[in-house]
Write a protein that binds this ligand. Structure first.
Ligand code: FO1
Length: 305
């Protein structure tokens, strides 16, 4: 059984690849909740939904989020009525948020709700939120603190990043089942998500990070050279005074990482990564289509045969 730590729109590609090579019971996904937020009275869980839609062939693969072939009448109507509409909720996608919010208001936990939604969407793999507690990624900028979605979607990442905090991390408890699966896993894969906003919220859960130490953990770099594969990782790293490089990611994960897969063009980092006590590997990590999803997934699986 393999556990995947997933966050952001890049993670779903590897999860989809692995799902084609493994029995559903052998693939457990622990999802980021740091970018969950309340919007117009609805509780939105973008990373959990992206995986759920990706595994049920409902994902809009072009955007990397939301439901394919969706329409945006609800959004247009909000705008016509003079309400904010900076976060696009597609008409089909809306059903997921309404059901989730209704179940939350009935007192169900986020892991229970995720299970119910996955069953409705006929997802056979288990998707777990990393915690049921409040854990939010906030960006401290020159314009003040703001939720990740406000920084990224509303303000288009134009503000200067001064710091990143994971609100609630001291009190949030890692989902016991997530810890159990990490313990039992043959290996744990850290997806090529933004290390600061998609993966670190998961790692900010003390027991979860501790559980990874001593386990076989492999990560795929979300950066090639100086360029993040997607999203605002570069801007965030620069804001925190970190070099935008796969090496920085290796350092961030160095207390638990066994293997780090980088793009073949980053081979010059071999010694520096080795010096961190991590085994460097070089591969074509660019995923352009479903063939690449399976190619990179089989490479990862072959390492633990
Ligand atoms: N990203 C955007 O850039 N603009 C949007 O309007 C937007 C809406 C949206 C709705 C549902 C959903 O599940 C994701 C959505 N995303 C949108 C993606 C999301 O903001 C981020 O890319 C993730 O949170 C990062 O993991």
């Amino acid at each position: 059984m393999i556990v995947v730590l997933a966050g952001g729109t890049g993670s779903v590609k590897l999860v989809r690849g692995l799902s084609k090579l493994l029995e559903p019971k052998d693939l457990k996904i622990i999802g980021n909740v740091g970018d969950n937020f309340w919007y117009h009275g609805l509780y939105i869980c973008p990373d959990l939904d992206t995986i759920m839609y990706g595994l049920s062939e409902n994902l809009d693969l072009q955007r990397g989020w939301g439901v394919r072939d969706d329409t945006f009448m609800f959004n247009e109507q909000l705008s016509q009525l003079g309400y904010e509409n900076w976060f696009l909720l597609g008409d089909r996608d809306l059903a997921t948020h309404i059901i989730r919010t209704k179940l939350l208001k009935e007192g169900k936990r986020l892991d229970e709700i995720t299970k119910i939604l996955c069953k409705k969407y006929k997802v056979r793999q288990e998707i777990l939120p990393c915690t049921n507690d409040r854990l939010e990624t906030w960006i401290i900028t020159n314009k003040g603190p703001m939720h990740l979605q406000e920084f990224w979607v509303k303000n288009k990442a134009k503000d200067k990043v001064l710091d990143i905090i994971y609100k609630g991390k001291e009190r949030a408890k890692a989902l016991p089942k997530a810890l159990e699966y990490i313990e039992r896993a043959k290996f744990i894969l850290v997806c090529p998500g933004n290390p600061l906003s998609s993966i670190s919220p998961i790692l900010s859960l003390k027991k979860l990070r501790e559980a990874l130490r001593g386990k076989r953990v492999i990560a795929v770099s979300p950066i090639i050279g100086k360029n993040p594969l997607s999203g605002p990782a570069g801007k965030m790293m620069e804001g925190l005074g970190l070099e935008v490089s796969p090496l920085t990611v290796a350092k961030l994960y160095s207390d638990f990482l066994e293997f780090f897969v980088m793009h073949s063009s980053d081979a010059s980092l071999l010694d520096e990564v080795k010096n961190l006590g991590i085994k460097p590997l070089f591969e074509d990590i660019i995923i352009k289509n479903s063939k690449d999803e399976v190619r990179l997934s089989s490479f990862l699986l072959s390492l633990f045969k």
